[in-house]
Design a protein around this ligand. Structure first.
Ligand code: MF3
Ligand code: CO
Length: 294
């Protein structure tokens, strides 16, 4: 889609709200984007380029998100219910002045997603789901603070996890790190996603195709959609001020998934083999990237 940017009077105030003249602010930036757009690349809309004040708001929100996941790391144990995880997330978030972004999001009934073993994502916490020795658990936490959104998730290993499953957890983390190394301004998201996918495949795993990452900061889910099975040279151009998540779901077996029809949320691997996911929220900067939430 070619969507030419509106031309701005060079002496008028910049669209970013800095108060500076356009010619001394984002003019060069816009011209660079336009060059990519003319080459046929998907480029970001101005609405997803964050201002310095917005970036600070997202950082402050992420402080809560990180603290909540740290707290889970200290308290998670065999025999605990996923409802107890939900209680910790709710209480810690609210105590720090935030709101759990998951709560009531599109009808989601709890404050966090807890996804165990063959559950890929969007697990609903319950007092009936008890963590067992050998489980691998993803806790996916999202926070709203002063209208700014943060989003990250971690894997937790309960008791004695088999070496085979531990490797899945570790390689999935490596996939995120490799994705992060590929977050650089004026390069394409498709190259980043492809690097993630290659690392999973090299280890004999597969990456879920239907669910990916997303822009995040001013909204919970904003553009771009971030695929981790993308082709090099495709997808949106990364420019400074964009914030999005890297959150591949890596399956030990095939990439096929299905949704729990009863609760309408839980996603599972079709073959019943385990799946792991780590999620970070990253900002594209002038020189590379900054991790906002992890
Ligand atoms: N935190 C998830 C993500 O990474 C979204 C969960 S939405 C919910 O995008 F409704 F399931 F909580
Ligand atoms: Co996310």
């Amino acid at each position: 889609m070619i969507r030419f940017q509106q031309k701005i009077d060079r002496n008028a105030p910049c669209w970013c709200g800095s108060g500076k003249k356009y010619k001394n602010c984002h003019e060069e930036f816009d011209e660079k984007i336009r060059k990519f757009e003319l080459e046929g690349h998907v480029v970001p809309d101005r609405s997803i380029i964050k201002t310095p004040a917005q970036i600070q708001g997202i950082r402050d929100s992420a402080v809560i998100n990180i603290a909540v996941l740290d707290e889970i790391g200290e308290k998670i144990h065999e025999g605990m219910s996923t409802q107890e995880i939900d209680d910790i997330v709710y209480n810690t978030t609210v105590k720090m002045g935030g709101i759990p972004a998951d709560l009531h999001y599109e009808g989601f009934p709890k404050s966090v997603c807890t996804s165990i073993n063959d559950q890929v994502c969007h697990g609903i916490p319950s007092d009936k789901i008890i963590l067992k020795d050998g489980d691998i658990v993803n806790v996916d936490c999202s926070t709203i603070l002063n209208g700014f959104f943060s989003d990250s998730s971690r894997m937790y290993c309960i008791g004695n996890v088999s070496p085979e499953w531990k490797k899945l957890v570790d390689v999935t983390k490596e996939c995120v790190d490799i994705g992060l190394e590929n977050v650089k301004p004026w390069t394409l998201l498709g190259d980043m996603g492809n690097a993630v996918n290659r690392h999973a495949i090299e280890n004999g795993y597969s990456v879920v195709r239907e669910i990916g990452g997303h822009g995040c900061g001013l909204e919970f889910h904003e553009d771009p959609y971030v695929s981790y099975v993308s082709a090099p040279g495709t997808e949106m151009l990364m420019v400074p001020g964009m914030a999005f998540t890297i959150e591949p779901m890596v399956n030990m077996g095939t990439a096929d998934i299905y949704q729990d029809e009863k609760d309408g949320w839980g996603i599972y691997t079709q073959d019943g083999k385990p799946s792991a996911q780590w999620e970070i929220q990253v900002l594209v900067t002038e020189t590379g990237h900054e991790v906002l939430a992890y």
